[in-house]
Ligand binder design. Structure first.
Ligand code: NOJ
Ligand code: CA
Length: 759
């Protein structure tokens, strides 16, 4: 090659490198919307008939031009041929008070853009595409018959901390009934971000989080899969929402959804060459990904954008995008601190079942009275009374009892339609007497409804089951959906199931019952509308014991907890399973102080002390923190955080709800406030870390200035370590003020907790 030629090619290459690949841009005439603080900008345009949006933060792209639309099964798809028919701008600013929450009031402040799109009629599209779209059997609303095209609207709400948008299909439409093949919403990322993700699945979120670049998802996706009772993935680049990411510039970007009602839940499918996510809805038993009837709306699609990790924890975007409370009377809804006849079954110390006589049992047929009890049944009268006494002595509100009802001998693995009737106790569980005894001690019993995923059977018995609860004074139920769903072929996150979970919540509300659903779909902020949904599992909780990775709990508040509280069941002091349940093996991977820290770093108005009374009895001085800590707050301050690394949070209790759920008025927090008859102000601080030991400096600037507080500090001992010395802790007392900076060391997978009382 001649020198000149070499120079020419080198120059051309340099120019190419300098320019980089051409970043796609929205057209110059795109419609624009800014967030209230002006930092975020949304753009919308119809490009060659396809609706597209983009999102910038501080002048830099966060979401590159990304398409919107639907592929439909029974009519022409909503994937092109659109013209923009109208735009409407609005703004909104209100402050509302949640029934329970992380703070007393929440500001809902956004600017809005509603775009109305109309698709060319079928005839027009047929000509354009050279195909006939008219279905000879169709007598309805294909669009070409009426001469009108389908109308699709997209409503964008731009907040200071992110974007929400949803599709709306108005009544006056050429589109009435339609079946979704796929929602085509894209989220085009700007690079190979770091992500904290769990594998995409139609049935479970009970996974450890993996931290990797987007390009690293494919190679690790399959290996992250667990042998869950019901699980179905769909792609090695499929992940679930909420998906927390961090850009190379340090921006925290989170994709989630809000208000999933009468619509399947979405996963995200990643194109890992272009770093573009697309919605991937959960199919129903016939493979349909949504059966819609106008007027209707999709759930909100959310892109949260924050400069600091602590701002993600402080974001109320998902709650704000849900409807206000649907209940007029909420006086019966209250926070619950509870224990359970539960961990002993989870660990194998005892069992849910009553007898080994029957390998197969049938509802209403099996005669339990004639069977020989195996002697390992946890929910027996004597044992339950012991728990009631311990819970009462330590100021709890409630006690969960699992395995109280007939059917557990043969509840799982055969996809049986009718396993439980939710009303028939085992012979050694005296339901009226135990409730009477519990109530006399100031404790309410929490009902357990394991549905074994037979939603048809649950719906058949639901009214009677809730009536039984009302009759005996239960006001909270833990429901569960273990195993594959009946109706056969449905998934935990398909549209019929989404409708079932909400039906159970609404029916419960009629009976003044609070719901904590396990294995149900991850929450999407519906607790704002239905505050009797006080808990969900929908993630990997402590019941996975040795299976939980250190650091898991430092990711959950960024992801799963964004949609609503989690019944993580913290407070496991004894990490060695052979101590809790002789003959069992395995060690959990956290320190005792890590578990204390969770009561503050995790928000839930339903909070369990999950370990056995005898395990707490060995550490009563540390257990004091669980006795003292509140579970509902009027102020939360996120002091320091990084997903997958650590979280430090301070919270101030909501005094009005401290006693609201208690039957006898005894409350350990109240004692803490009134030890000498005077009223004290109280705060709690908690910290947790991942597999790395970490030093933090707790700055008490959140305290009112000029007031001194007595701090009780529960910290990992210097030689604590989750593997070698998990139960080593120190408890120290000192005076702090708003100017105090307290250095603390968290052991590997450790943490700390602080109670503060004004002097
Ligand atoms: C799974 C739930 O998550 C767990 O808490 C419960 O004990 C079992 N199912 C039995 O219902
Ligand atoms: Ca579970």
């Amino acid at each position: 090659m001649s020198r000149l030629r070499i120079l020419f090619w080198a120059g051309a290459l340099a120019l190419l490198v300098a320019c980089g690949p051409k970043a796609p841009k929205m057209p110059a005439d795109a419609v624009a919307l800014r967030s209230p603080d002006g930092k975020m900008e949304l753009k919308f345009a119809v490009v060659d008939g396809v609706p597209e949006y983009s999102l910038d933060f501080a002048g830099k792209a966060v979401v590159l031009p990304s398409r919107l639309g639907y592929a439909l099964l029974d009519r022409e798809s909503l994937d092109g041929g659109f013209t923009l028919k109208g735009t409407a701008f609005d703004s909104f600013d209100e402050t509302w008070e949640p029934v329970w929450g992380e703070e007393a009031s929440i500001r809902n402040h956004y600017n809005e853009l509603l775009v109305t799109l109309e698709q060319g009629t079928g005839v027009v599209r047929a000509a354009r595409e050279g195909v006939a779209v008219t279905d000879p059997d169709y007598t309805g609303d294909l669009g070409n018959a009426s001469g009108k095209g389908a109308v699709m609207q997209v409503r964008f709400r731009l907040y200071d901390d992110g974007l929400g948008f949803r599709y709306e299909f108005p009544q006056e439409n050429a589109l009435t009934y339609f079946k979704v093949e796929e929602e085509l919403t894209e989220f085009a990322m700007t690079g190979d971000h770091t992500a904290w993700w769990i594998p995409g699945d139609y049935d479970t979120q009970e996974y450890n989080y993996t931290e990797s670049r987007l390009s690293g998802i494919r190679s690790r996706n399959e290996s992250m899969r667990l042998g869950n009772a019901s699980a179905e993935g769909f792609s090695s680049t499929g992940v679930q929402t909420a998906l927390q990411m961090k850009t190379a510039e340090g921006l925290y970007v989170n994709i989630h959804e809000a208000e999933v009602v009468d619509y399947p839940t979405t996963n995200l499918l990643l194109d890992d060459k272009a770093f573009v996510f697309r919605t991937w809805l959960t199919p129903d038993a016939e493979g349909v990904k949504g059966r819609l009837q106008a007027p209707c709306k999709s759930p909100w699609r959310i892109v949260m954008v924050c400069e600091k990790a602590t701002d993600v924890l402080a974001s109320r975007l998902i709650l704000n995008l849900n409807e206000p409370c649907a209940l007029e009377d909420v006086s019966w809804i209250h926070p619950v601190k509870y224990m359970g006849v539960w961990w002993e079954m989870i660990t194998g110390k005892s069992e849910w079942s009553y007898t080994y006589d029957y390998p197969s049992v049938q509802l209403g047929v099996t005669d339990y009275a004639a069977s020989k009890p195996h002697g390992r049944h946890g929910a027996n009268n004597e044992n339950v009374r012991k728990y009631i006494d311990f819970a009462a002595e330590n100021g709890f509100d409630a006690l969960l009892i699992e395995g109280w009802n007939e059917g557990w001998e043969d509840w799982f693995g055969h996809q049986k339609d009718a396993v439980f009737d939710f009303v028939t106790p085992y012979p050694d569980f005296d339901l009226p007497a135990l409730n009477d005894y519990a109530h006399s001690q100031g404790i309410r019993l929490v009902m357990h409804h394991e549905t074994s995923s037979s939603t048809v059977n649950y719906e058949r018995h639901m009214e009677e089951a809730y009536q039984l609860m009302n009759q005996y004074g239960y006001d909270a139920v833990k429901s569960g959906y273990v195993g594959n769903i009946i109706p056969y072929g449905e998934h935990h996150y398909s549209q019929p199931l989404i409708n079932h979970y909400l039906y159970a919540i609404r029916e419960a509300a009629k009976h003044h019952i609070m719901v904590n659903a396990h294995e149900a779909v991850r929450p999407t902020g519906l607790c704002r509308t239905w505050p009797n949904l006080i808990g969900n599992e929908a993630a990997m909780g402590n019941e996975y014991r040795a299976g939980i990775d250190p650091g898991h709990t430092t990711v959950l508040p960024f992801t799963r907890l964004q949609g609503g509280p989690m019944d993580y069941t913290p407070g496991i002091f004894e990490t060695d399973m052979s101590v809790t349940a002789p003959g069992q093996t395995g060690k959990m991977r956290h320190t005792l102080c890590n578990q204390l820290g969770l009561y503050v770093t995790f928000y839930s108005p339903l909070q369990m002390a999950a370990d056995l009374p005898e395990n707490y009895a060995r550490f009563m001085d540390a257990f004091q923190f669980i006795r003292d800590v509140a579970v509902d707050w009027d102020k939360s301050v996120y002091l320091e955080a990084e997903p997958g690394a650590y979280i430090v949070t301070a919270r101030h209790p909501r005094m009005s709800t401290l006693d609201s759920g208690r039957l006898s008025g005894h409350s350990s927090v109240w004692e803490f406030v009134h030890p000498d008859g005077r009223e004290h102000d109280v705060w709690y601080v908690g910290g947790v870390t991942d597999e790395n030991a970490r030093e933090v400096s707790v700055k008490f600037g959140f305290l009112p200035s000029g007031v001194s507080y007595e701090a009780v500090v529960y910290a990992d001992a210097p030689d604590a370590d989750f593997e070698t010395n998990p139960q080593a802790y120190t408890i120290t007392r000192q005076t702090v003020t708003s100017g105090t900076v307290l250095p603390l060391r968290m052991a590997r997978s450790g943490g700390f907790a602080i109670s503060l009382r004004s002097l």
